[in-house]
Write a protein that binds this ligand. Structure first.
Ligand SMILES: [Zn+2]
Ligand SMILES: [Zn+2]
Length: 293
Protein backbone atom coordinates (compact mmCIF):
# COMPACT_ATOMS: atom_id res chain seq x y z
CA UNK A 1 0.00 0.00 0.00
CA UNK A 2 1.10 3.58 -0.59
CA UNK A 3 -0.45 7.00 -0.11
CA UNK A 4 -0.03 10.57 -1.21
CA UNK A 5 -1.03 13.83 0.46
CA UNK A 6 -3.04 16.17 -1.80
CA UNK A 7 -4.20 18.47 0.99
CA UNK A 8 -2.83 18.91 4.51
CA UNK A 9 -4.25 22.27 5.61
CA UNK A 10 -7.01 22.65 8.20
CA UNK A 11 -10.16 24.76 8.06
CA UNK A 12 -9.53 26.87 4.93
CA UNK A 13 -7.29 26.66 1.88
CA UNK A 14 -4.23 28.88 2.26
CA UNK A 15 -2.36 29.45 -0.99
CA UNK A 16 0.56 31.90 -0.91
CA UNK A 17 4.30 32.24 -0.51
CA UNK A 18 4.29 31.21 3.18
CA UNK A 19 2.69 27.79 2.52
CA UNK A 20 4.47 26.66 -0.65
CA UNK A 21 6.55 23.98 1.07
CA UNK A 22 3.80 22.10 2.95
CA UNK A 23 0.90 23.18 0.74
CA UNK A 24 -2.29 25.17 1.10
CA UNK A 25 -5.02 22.73 0.03
CA UNK A 26 -7.42 21.31 2.58
CA UNK A 27 -7.56 17.63 3.47
CA UNK A 28 -7.32 14.92 0.84
CA UNK A 29 -5.25 11.71 0.82
CA UNK A 30 -4.92 9.28 -2.09
CA UNK A 31 -4.29 5.64 -1.15
CA UNK A 32 -3.24 3.03 -3.69
CA UNK A 33 -3.37 -0.65 -2.87
CA UNK A 34 -0.75 -2.96 -4.34
CA UNK A 35 -3.37 -3.76 -7.03
CA UNK A 36 -3.48 -0.03 -7.82
CA UNK A 37 -7.07 0.29 -6.58
CA UNK A 38 -7.94 3.83 -5.53
CA UNK A 39 -9.18 4.87 -2.09
CA UNK A 40 -9.47 8.57 -1.26
CA UNK A 41 -9.74 9.95 2.26
CA UNK A 42 -11.68 13.23 2.41
CA UNK A 43 -12.52 15.62 -0.38
CA UNK A 44 -11.08 18.97 0.67
CA UNK A 45 -9.69 21.28 -2.02
CA UNK A 46 -6.80 18.84 -2.52
CA UNK A 47 -9.14 16.50 -4.40
CA UNK A 48 -9.25 19.03 -7.25
CA UNK A 49 -5.59 18.55 -8.37
CA UNK A 50 -5.97 14.80 -7.70
CA UNK A 51 -8.94 14.79 -10.08
CA UNK A 52 -6.83 16.54 -12.75
CA UNK A 53 -4.21 13.80 -12.42
CA UNK A 54 -6.86 11.07 -12.65
CA UNK A 55 -8.09 12.48 -16.00
CA UNK A 56 -5.00 10.80 -17.49
CA UNK A 57 -6.20 7.39 -16.24
CA UNK A 58 -9.88 7.25 -17.24
CA UNK A 59 -12.15 5.46 -16.65
CA UNK A 60 -11.62 5.29 -12.90
CA UNK A 61 -13.26 3.69 -9.88
CA UNK A 62 -12.72 5.77 -6.75
CA UNK A 63 -13.79 4.88 -3.23
CA UNK A 64 -14.05 8.18 -1.35
CA UNK A 65 -14.31 7.99 2.45
CA UNK A 66 -15.47 11.20 4.11
CA UNK A 67 -14.46 11.65 7.76
CA UNK A 68 -17.06 14.39 8.33
CA UNK A 69 -18.90 17.08 6.46
CA UNK A 70 -17.20 20.28 7.61
CA UNK A 71 -16.39 22.39 4.56
CA UNK A 72 -12.66 21.80 4.56
CA UNK A 73 -13.25 18.05 4.13
CA UNK A 74 -15.86 18.15 1.33
CA UNK A 75 -15.37 21.42 -0.52
CA UNK A 76 -13.43 19.88 -3.39
CA UNK A 77 -16.10 17.29 -4.28
CA UNK A 78 -18.00 19.43 -6.84
CA UNK A 79 -14.61 20.22 -8.44
CA UNK A 80 -13.53 16.59 -8.72
CA UNK A 81 -13.61 16.39 -12.51
CA UNK A 82 -14.15 12.59 -12.80
CA UNK A 83 -17.71 13.02 -11.41
CA UNK A 84 -18.76 14.73 -14.65
CA UNK A 85 -17.48 12.04 -17.00
CA UNK A 86 -19.52 8.97 -18.00
CA UNK A 87 -17.85 5.63 -17.37
CA UNK A 88 -16.32 6.59 -14.01
CA UNK A 89 -17.53 4.93 -10.83
CA UNK A 90 -17.45 7.20 -7.79
CA UNK A 91 -18.42 5.55 -4.52
CA UNK A 92 -18.77 7.89 -1.57
CA UNK A 93 -18.80 6.56 1.99
CA UNK A 94 -19.56 8.27 5.30
CA UNK A 95 -21.65 8.26 8.45
CA UNK A 96 -25.30 9.02 9.20
CA UNK A 97 -25.54 12.44 10.82
CA UNK A 98 -27.51 11.96 14.07
CA UNK A 99 -28.80 15.55 14.11
CA UNK A 100 -30.20 15.73 10.57
CA UNK A 101 -30.59 11.94 10.15
CA UNK A 102 -29.11 12.31 6.66
CA UNK A 103 -26.58 10.01 5.03
CA UNK A 104 -23.39 11.00 3.28
CA UNK A 105 -25.27 12.00 0.09
CA UNK A 106 -25.78 15.38 1.80
CA UNK A 107 -22.07 16.14 1.28
CA UNK A 108 -22.66 16.74 -2.41
CA UNK A 109 -26.34 17.72 -2.50
CA UNK A 110 -25.84 20.63 -0.08
CA UNK A 111 -23.00 22.03 -2.17
CA UNK A 112 -24.88 21.64 -5.45
CA UNK A 113 -27.79 23.80 -4.37
CA UNK A 114 -28.77 26.49 -6.84
CA UNK A 115 -27.40 29.34 -4.70
CA UNK A 116 -23.96 27.83 -4.30
CA UNK A 117 -22.97 26.04 -7.50
CA UNK A 118 -23.83 26.42 -11.20
CA UNK A 119 -24.12 22.74 -12.12
CA UNK A 120 -27.04 20.55 -11.05
CA UNK A 121 -26.68 17.13 -9.46
CA UNK A 122 -28.46 15.59 -12.49
CA UNK A 123 -25.55 16.74 -14.66
CA UNK A 124 -22.99 14.60 -12.85
CA UNK A 125 -22.49 11.95 -15.49
CA UNK A 126 -20.34 9.47 -13.61
CA UNK A 127 -21.99 6.57 -11.83
CA UNK A 128 -22.21 7.94 -8.28
CA UNK A 129 -23.07 5.69 -5.37
CA UNK A 130 -23.48 6.64 -1.71
CA UNK A 131 -22.83 4.25 1.14
CA UNK A 132 -23.73 5.03 4.72
CA UNK A 133 -21.41 3.21 7.09
CA UNK A 134 -21.62 2.60 10.82
CA UNK A 135 -19.09 3.13 13.62
CA UNK A 136 -16.82 0.16 14.33
CA UNK A 137 -18.37 -1.90 11.49
CA UNK A 138 -15.60 -2.80 9.05
CA UNK A 139 -16.29 -2.97 5.34
CA UNK A 140 -14.12 -4.38 2.58
CA UNK A 141 -13.55 -2.38 -0.58
CA UNK A 142 -10.93 -3.07 -3.25
CA UNK A 143 -9.40 -5.74 -1.03
CA UNK A 144 -8.91 -3.26 1.85
CA UNK A 145 -10.59 -3.61 5.22
CA UNK A 146 -11.82 -0.21 6.33
CA UNK A 147 -13.00 0.40 9.88
CA UNK A 148 -14.73 3.66 10.83
CA UNK A 149 -13.99 4.77 14.40
CA UNK A 150 -16.05 7.49 16.04
CA UNK A 151 -13.74 10.29 17.22
CA UNK A 152 -14.72 13.38 19.18
CA UNK A 153 -15.33 16.52 17.12
CA UNK A 154 -18.26 19.00 17.10
CA UNK A 155 -19.95 16.97 14.33
CA UNK A 156 -20.03 13.21 13.63
CA UNK A 157 -16.46 12.36 12.62
CA UNK A 158 -14.99 9.01 11.65
CA UNK A 159 -11.35 8.16 11.88
CA UNK A 160 -10.56 5.41 9.38
CA UNK A 161 -8.29 2.45 9.85
CA UNK A 162 -7.28 0.88 6.55
CA UNK A 163 -5.76 -2.61 6.54
CA UNK A 164 -4.55 -3.92 3.21
CA UNK A 165 -1.60 -5.80 1.73
CA UNK A 166 -0.42 -6.67 5.25
CA UNK A 167 -0.07 -2.96 6.10
CA UNK A 168 -2.17 -0.39 7.89
CA UNK A 169 -2.96 3.31 7.98
CA UNK A 170 -5.09 5.27 10.45
CA UNK A 171 -6.38 8.72 9.55
CA UNK A 172 -8.28 10.68 12.20
CA UNK A 173 -10.02 13.37 10.19
CA UNK A 174 -10.58 16.09 12.79
CA UNK A 175 -10.06 14.92 16.33
CA UNK A 176 -9.89 16.58 19.72
CA UNK A 177 -9.24 14.10 22.52
CA UNK A 178 -12.01 14.29 25.13
CA UNK A 179 -11.10 16.50 28.07
CA UNK A 180 -12.38 16.55 31.61
CA UNK A 181 -15.13 19.14 32.00
CA UNK A 182 -14.86 19.05 35.83
CA UNK A 183 -12.30 20.62 38.16
CA UNK A 184 -10.11 18.19 40.09
CA UNK A 185 -11.91 19.29 43.30
CA UNK A 186 -15.35 18.32 41.91
CA UNK A 187 -16.80 15.02 43.07
CA UNK A 188 -17.57 14.00 39.46
CA UNK A 189 -13.96 14.53 38.33
CA UNK A 190 -12.55 11.07 38.96
CA UNK A 191 -15.43 9.12 37.48
CA UNK A 192 -15.35 11.28 34.36
CA UNK A 193 -11.59 10.92 34.12
CA UNK A 194 -11.82 7.13 34.19
CA UNK A 195 -14.40 7.33 31.37
CA UNK A 196 -11.95 9.49 29.38
CA UNK A 197 -9.05 7.10 30.05
CA UNK A 198 -11.15 4.18 28.89
CA UNK A 199 -12.14 6.01 25.67
CA UNK A 200 -8.49 6.92 25.01
CA UNK A 201 -7.50 3.27 25.42
CA UNK A 202 -10.18 2.17 22.95
CA UNK A 203 -8.97 4.67 20.38
CA UNK A 204 -5.33 3.67 20.90
CA UNK A 205 -6.40 0.07 20.37
CA UNK A 206 -8.05 0.97 17.06
CA UNK A 207 -4.77 2.63 15.99
CA UNK A 208 -2.61 -0.17 17.37
CA UNK A 209 0.63 -0.79 15.51
CA UNK A 210 -0.31 1.01 12.30
CA UNK A 211 2.42 1.69 9.76
CA UNK A 212 1.23 5.29 9.46
CA UNK A 213 -0.90 7.37 11.79
CA UNK A 214 -2.08 10.61 10.15
CA UNK A 215 -3.50 12.79 12.89
CA UNK A 216 -5.09 16.20 13.43
CA UNK A 217 -2.38 18.28 15.15
CA UNK A 218 -3.72 21.76 14.56
CA UNK A 219 -2.38 23.49 17.65
CA UNK A 220 0.55 23.80 19.97
CA UNK A 221 -0.26 23.11 23.61
CA UNK A 222 0.03 26.87 24.34
CA UNK A 223 -2.47 27.73 21.59
CA UNK A 224 -4.87 25.01 22.69
CA UNK A 225 -5.85 26.70 25.96
CA UNK A 226 -7.83 29.34 24.05
CA UNK A 227 -9.21 26.87 21.50
CA UNK A 228 -10.50 24.12 23.74
CA UNK A 229 -13.71 22.58 22.42
CA UNK A 230 -13.09 23.70 18.82
CA UNK A 231 -12.55 20.07 17.85
CA UNK A 232 -8.82 19.82 17.15
CA UNK A 233 -5.82 18.14 18.69
CA UNK A 234 -2.31 19.30 19.48
CA UNK A 235 1.17 18.08 18.57
CA UNK A 236 1.52 16.81 22.14
CA UNK A 237 -1.81 14.95 22.18
CA UNK A 238 -0.80 13.31 18.88
CA UNK A 239 2.51 12.12 20.37
CA UNK A 240 0.69 10.80 23.42
CA UNK A 241 -1.75 8.58 21.54
CA UNK A 242 0.81 7.54 18.89
CA UNK A 243 3.10 6.33 21.67
CA UNK A 244 0.28 4.48 23.39
CA UNK A 245 -0.75 2.87 20.09
CA UNK A 246 2.87 1.93 19.22
CA UNK A 247 2.61 3.25 15.68
CA UNK A 248 5.52 3.04 13.23
CA UNK A 249 5.22 6.51 11.67
CA UNK A 250 3.36 9.60 12.79
CA UNK A 251 2.26 12.36 10.40
CA UNK A 252 1.02 15.64 11.85
CA UNK A 253 -1.67 17.12 9.63
CA UNK A 254 -4.57 19.62 9.47
CA UNK A 255 -1.96 22.36 9.72
CA UNK A 256 -3.39 25.52 11.24
CA UNK A 257 -4.20 27.93 8.36
CA UNK A 258 -2.10 30.84 9.69
CA UNK A 259 0.95 28.59 10.24
CA UNK A 260 3.81 29.36 7.85
CA UNK A 261 6.25 26.79 6.46
CA UNK A 262 8.99 28.17 8.69
CA UNK A 263 6.81 27.96 11.79
CA UNK A 264 5.91 24.36 10.97
CA UNK A 265 9.59 23.49 10.58
CA UNK A 266 10.42 25.14 13.92
CA UNK A 267 7.60 23.33 15.75
CA UNK A 268 8.62 20.03 14.16
CA UNK A 269 12.22 20.38 15.38
CA UNK A 270 11.03 21.42 18.82
CA UNK A 271 8.69 18.40 19.13
CA UNK A 272 11.49 16.01 18.09
CA UNK A 273 13.80 17.60 20.67
CA UNK A 274 11.19 17.33 23.42
CA UNK A 275 10.53 13.65 22.71
CA UNK A 276 13.95 11.96 22.51
CA UNK A 277 12.63 8.56 23.57
CA UNK A 278 10.03 8.20 20.86
CA UNK A 279 10.86 5.12 18.76
CA UNK A 280 8.83 6.00 15.65
CA UNK A 281 9.32 8.58 12.94
CA UNK A 282 7.67 11.97 13.51
CA UNK A 283 6.84 13.74 10.25
CA UNK A 284 4.82 16.65 8.92
CA UNK A 285 2.23 15.83 6.26
CA UNK A 286 3.30 17.60 3.09
CA UNK A 287 1.33 18.07 -0.10
CA UNK A 288 2.64 16.06 -3.07
CA UNK A 289 4.63 13.59 -1.00
CA UNK A 290 4.27 9.88 -1.80
CA UNK A 291 4.64 7.52 1.16
CA UNK A 292 5.41 3.92 0.29
CA UNK A 293 4.74 1.61 3.24
ZN1 LIG B 1 -11.07 20.17 9.39
ZN1 LIG C 1 -14.05 19.52 11.30
Amino acid sequence: MKFKFWGVRGSIATPGPATVKYGGNTTCIEIRTDNNDLIILDAGTGINPLGQELLKQLPITAHIFITHTHWDHIQGLPFFSPIFIPGNNIKIYGGLDPVTNEGIERALSVQLQYSYFPIREAELNANIEYNTIKPAESITVAGAKITPILLSHPVLNFGYRIDCDGQSIFFTGDYEPIFNIYDPEDSEYEEYQSFIDQKQQQIALAMKGVDALIIDSSYTTEEYSSKKGWGHGTFDSAIKIATEAQVKQLFFTHHEPTRTDNQLDDIHQQIIKENPNVDYEILLAKEGVDVIL
